[in-house]
Design a protein around this ligand. Sequence first.
Ligand code: MUC
Ligand code: MG
Length: 369
Amino acid sequence: MYKSVETILVDIPTIRPHKLSVATMQTQTLVLVKVTTTDGFEGWGEATTIAGLNYGEESPESVKVNIDTYFAPLLKSIQNQNIAQTLRFICKTINGNRFAKCAIQTALLDIQAKRLGVPLSELLGGRLRDRLPVLWTLASGDTEKDIAEAKKMIELKRHNIFKLKIGANPLQQDVDHVIAIKKALGSEVSIRVDVNRAWTEREAVQGIQQLQEGGIDLIEQPCAIENTDAMARLTRRFDVAIMADEALSGPDSAYRLAKVQGADVFAVKVEQSGGLIEACEVANIAKLAGIDLYGGTMLEGPVGTIASAHAFATFESLAFGTELFGPLLLTQEILKTPLQYENFELVVPHEIGLGIEVDEDKIDQLRRR
Ligand code: MUC
Ligand code: MG
């Protein structure tokens, strides 16, 4: 049934340094997975992470070793076409490894959607929208450069919402940087911040107070992943929306956070959730708990980005939009036809499966040997 499972690491320089509190990225390593079947289908998935092990629990190298050593033989041993049973079997047999599981699941869903002749979103319940708003992250580390970059994006009609990466500098310096950008871009432009868990609760209170007064719309993951109590207290204390990102590692964590109202908004990420199906479960938990949604990214390339788009297109409400800009941060294209970004949105394709065509010659040129 499954003929081959290949994991390919592709190192691509970013268009500029991307500064997060946990690392500065100059290159992104795409982790691509290609699965083929004995009846001639081919599916793609992605397990890309951010800055090696600085951000998540799986590295590009660990994903490759674990897929090659454990997932691939398991998949090749499976003799049926039932995707639900196959995914259940993988989850029962292999612990953890959410990013790898997401890549494999995406490839299997891509194959199944192609076999059935439908876009992948149809396997997730069907899409409610064909376009997703996409913000841009300003993370050059320089206030004037960030302002110029934002103005250019607005002019190009590429993005009109911006997220600022903070937490690497002293608190007041970060806050002043954010307020200066907000002032330069004006009240019409939504500005959000991502602290990537850099603040203690006391620092968060100090920082968020000023950011709220400065007209910032969203505060992402201000405190440590484990500090659910602090997240809940900040959510109660402030009017500005508090968003959980790294604290969400799939439906279980979503349920636990929702129970204590540990956030106003969930940043749903397909890889962090452990798959597209699980990302939809996180979205449902949020809906039931009255928590708003945002479509997050692990700065994947076009495969993971469009897979996320198929999942997010099924969400009933996406109050804070998405950040599916990963491919635009890269200096190289790996699709035969690039993803369509226009009018501040990403278009979700109608073609079967993921609806993309991977340029394998290009990947062959760029892959890590
Ligand atoms: C994160 O924590 O949100 C997503 C967009 C971006 O600029 O960084 C990532 C990670
Ligand atoms: Mg984040």
